[in-house]
Design a protein around this ligand. Structure first.
Ligand SMILES: C[S@@+](CC[C@H](N)C(=O)[O-])C[C@H]1O[C@@H](n2cnc3c(N)ncnc32)[C@H](O)[C@@H]1O
Length: 209
């Protein structure tokens, strides 16, 4: 019997270890691998966001900027994407890429875990694969409401806890948990999309709007 781990599992294990030991740059490069497009379907996701040209969008937990550049295209030259992250390495990577791509509508923002530090209210807060990482989410999103423009929305994608060992590392959240917490934070569900097989994708608006 062969007890060796398959190459793919080794890669995943290494990614988990590295993300805990702070080698974030390598982890971000891995997240930005174009092969991710096959399952992540970034164009399909951004299409569902119905972003108007000129909009202000926050990519909350932007990481290495995988979605940032798609969002930058959607808002156009008159719009702004705030690429928000708590990790300095993420901010530096996005800044370097922003200069290389010549995308002045992207502004990296170094956030605090409890405060996105957005310089102005936005039309959309977009967050992919971050929700499970956040603490005190109900309080966080309740106070985030003051950073939304009238009619503003919050879009959250996170991995479905599926399969053996799934969610063991706290790296996933049930769709119903996201929805329940967002409702407790003062939001209502606007859309529930099924674009990405591995992730749930829900869009919320303030309950009183
Ligand atoms: C798994 S990465 C996802 C990156 C990117 N959204 C993507 O889909 O490739 C999660 C990112 O969220 C960031 N993060 C975690 N908690 C955060 C918070 N409270 N505010 C802003 N960023 C946060 C982490 O530093 C990390 O870069």
């Amino acid at each position: 019997m062969d007890h060796r781990l398959p190459r793919k599992s080794l890669g995943a294990l290494l990614a988990i270890v590295l993300s805990f030991t702070g080698c974030a740059e390598w982890t971000y490069q891995r997240m930005n691998d174009p092969s991710r497009d096959v399952w992540q379907k970034p164009q399909g996701v951004v299409e569902k966001l119905s972003i108007m040209p000129g909009a202000r969008v926050a990519d909350l937990g932007a990481g290495g900027g995988y979605f940032t550049w798609h969002l930058s295209k959607a808002v156009g030259s008159r719009g702004t994407v705030y690429a928000v992250d708590i990790e300095e390495k993420a901010i530096n990577m996005i800044f370097t890429e922003m200069v290389a791509r010549g995308t002045p509508n992207v502004r990296p923002v170094r956030a605090e875990p409890h405060d996105p530090r957005l310089p102005e209210p936005v039309d959309l807060v977009f967050s992919c694969n971050v929700y499970h990482d956040m603490n005190d989410r109900v309080d966080y999103f309740r106070s985030l409401a003051s950073s939304l423009r009238p009619g503003g929305r919050v879009a959250i994608l996170d991995f479905h806890p599926r399969g053996f060992l799934s969610g063991m590392f706290g790296d996933r959240t049930d769709k119903e948990v996201v929805r329940g917490e967002m409702e407790a934070a003062g939001y209502r569900l606007l859309n529930d999309y099924d674009v990405v097989d591995r992730q749930h994708f829900q869009i919320f608006a303030k309950a009183d709007q």
